[in-house]
Design a protein around this ligand. Structure first.
Ligand code: XIL
Length: 476
């Protein structure tokens, strides 16, 4: 890095510190810093391409700045970790665990007992042989969970074991066919025996389609009740929440409200709900408009509300970072994530950000999960550093004076006029308290009239270069 680049970095970083002091809502807030403030985890997978170094540098930069929980897209699955019988491959998983520790992130392990991505040798050698399959699954769990004991905070012990169409177990599974449904109970018991401190989840999709006994979540709820009554060591349900935008999927019957009712039922059993694989795609081939993307943002926010508001919900994990690297094409869907193909934040990102900024927890509820604060304890967040690091502020003033041309970004609001100083050409955006965009203007240099915005409370965001200022305003 050249001296000039280093100096520019210092100026930018430290001028943000000054802004932080001047404006309580300002500066370099991230999804991660806000999630930590709200005592929840927000995350994204590490895409498989990351493991082979096939992603641009800003992918990882975004990932570790914006998220505080991580899971591997494919690298801890059965076929990746035990490709041949008794031959274990932990290399990629180790890389992710190391990355997570270096960046103070929580780690999910995904997934131990699943019908998919099972290597060929399992069914070729042992199809229908109950005792052999029990031995194979037990050995796999003992080796894999044992390898990462104490390093993986939570495991998807069983993934997608319920049929999609009827309230029954999924029959197309080497484990179910050979062992019967008790493979599930056993998998939880074996995992717990190896790593008693890990949280253990049952994970599945289409759980946002209601909790009546004929729906998948209704069937699951009956099983969870039974597991809890029988002392099976399950602690959480993961809702994958791969959903499609409601206007392009005419048959879709799921909703955030239905998922919330599942969370409430699970709370009665002292079981957590986590959103583990969120994406909200549109049908492939359709033209996705700006208003489609805004509606998508609203749906992202509605699922986030469950995690913020339900005391037994603590995790909001998205199945990808950028639309460019997403599994959704295979589902005949597109554009389901919160960054676009160029790794630029989409309206869904803004919607999540604003909601995290403005969420005020109800007085009488606290999260059931006390571990949610653990990451924050070890993480030296940027806000903490700004508060104590006064030398940095002094240096920045000198550096700015020296360069002469840089002025700190600030905003001032009066009537309906927003004045911006210190920007070359700022982008001004206004969101309502639900995170919906209501106004935006580009190239602002001076002042702008917030036309067409009705009376009420809003959040204004001003962006110039990589500086980002936000402030709550009241329009009267
Ligand atoms: C997907 C991956 O994203 C793809 O790369 C892979 O080809 C197939 O699996 N439910 C799950 C995830 O539990 O493991 C799946 O991940 C998506 C659906």
């Amino acid at each position: 890095m050249s001296t000039k680049q280093t100096l520019a970095g210092v100026v930018l970083g430290t001028s943000l510190l000054c802004l932080g002091a001047a404006n309580a809502l300002a500066a370099d807030e991230t999804l991660r810093s806000l999630a930590e403030k709200n005592n929840i985890y927000i995350g994204a997978i590490l895409n498989s391409q990351w493991f082979s170094g096939g992603l641009p540098g800003n992918y990882e930069q975004i990932h570790k700045t914006q998220f505080n929980i991580v899971v591997a897209e494919n690298e801890m699955k059965f076929d990746a970790t035990e490709p041949n019988e008794g031959q274990f491959n932990y290399g990629n998983g180790d890389r992710m665990v190391k990355y997570a520790k270096a960046n103070g992130m929580r780690v999910r392990g995904h997934a131990l007992a699943w019908h998919s991505q099972v290597p060929g040798w399992v069914s070729q050698k042992y199809s229908g042989k109950k005792n052999e399959l029990l031995r194979v699954l037990k050995n796999h769990i003992e080796k894999v969970v044992g390898h990462w004991k104490g390093q993986i905070d939570e495991w998807d012990v069983v993934n997608e074991a319920i049929s999609n169409n009827e309230p029954m177990w999924r029959s197309q599974s080497v484990w179910y066919q050979g062992i019967g449904p008790e493979f599930i109970d056993s998998a939880f018991v074996w995992t717990h025996a190896v790593d008693p401190d890990a949280e253990l989840c049952y994970n599945d999709y289409n759980l946002e389609q209601g909790i009546n006994p004929k729906a998948k979540a209704g069937f699951l709820l009956e099983q969870v009740k039974r597991w809890v009554a029988n002392g099976i060591p399950i602690t959480c349900v993961g809702s994958q929440t791969h959903v499609e935008d409601t206007t392009t999927d005419k048959h879709f019957i799921g909703s955030p409200d239905s998922l919330r009712s599942l969370a409430k039922e699970l709370a009665k059993l002292n079981i957590k709900l986590k959103i583990t694989e969120l994406d909200i795609g549109f049908k492939s081939g359709i033209n996705v408009s700006k208003s489609d993307l805004e509606r998508q943002g609203k749906t992202f926010r509605e699922y986030l509300d469950i995690i913020l508001e339900e005391p037994n919900a603590d995790t909001y994990l998205i199945w990808g970072v950028s639309d460019k690297w997403s599994w959704l094409g295979g589902l005949n869907r597109q554009k389901g994530l919160i960054y676009d193909d160029n790794l630029k934040p989409k309206p869904a990102f803004d919607s999540i950000m604003v909601r995290l900024q403005n969420f005020e927890p109800p007085q009488d509820t606290t999260k059931q999960d006390t571990t949610a604060t653990d990451t924050t304890k070890t993480d030296t967040t940027k806000t903490d550093t700004t508060k104590t690091d006064t030398t940095a502020q002094d240096t920045s003033k000198q550096a700015i004076a020296h360069l002469g041309s840089l002025e700190a970004l600030s905003m001032h609001f009066a009537g309906r006029t927003l004045s911006v100083t210190g920007a070359v050409a700022a982008k001004v955006e206004v969101f309502d308290m639900q995170g919906r965009p209501v106004f935006s203007a580009k190239g602002v240099n001076g002042s702008v009239e917030l036309k067409g915005v009705s009376e009420g409370l809003y959040i204004v965001r001003v962006r110039s270069g990589s500086t980002n200022l936000t402030q709550k305003i009241a329009i009267k």
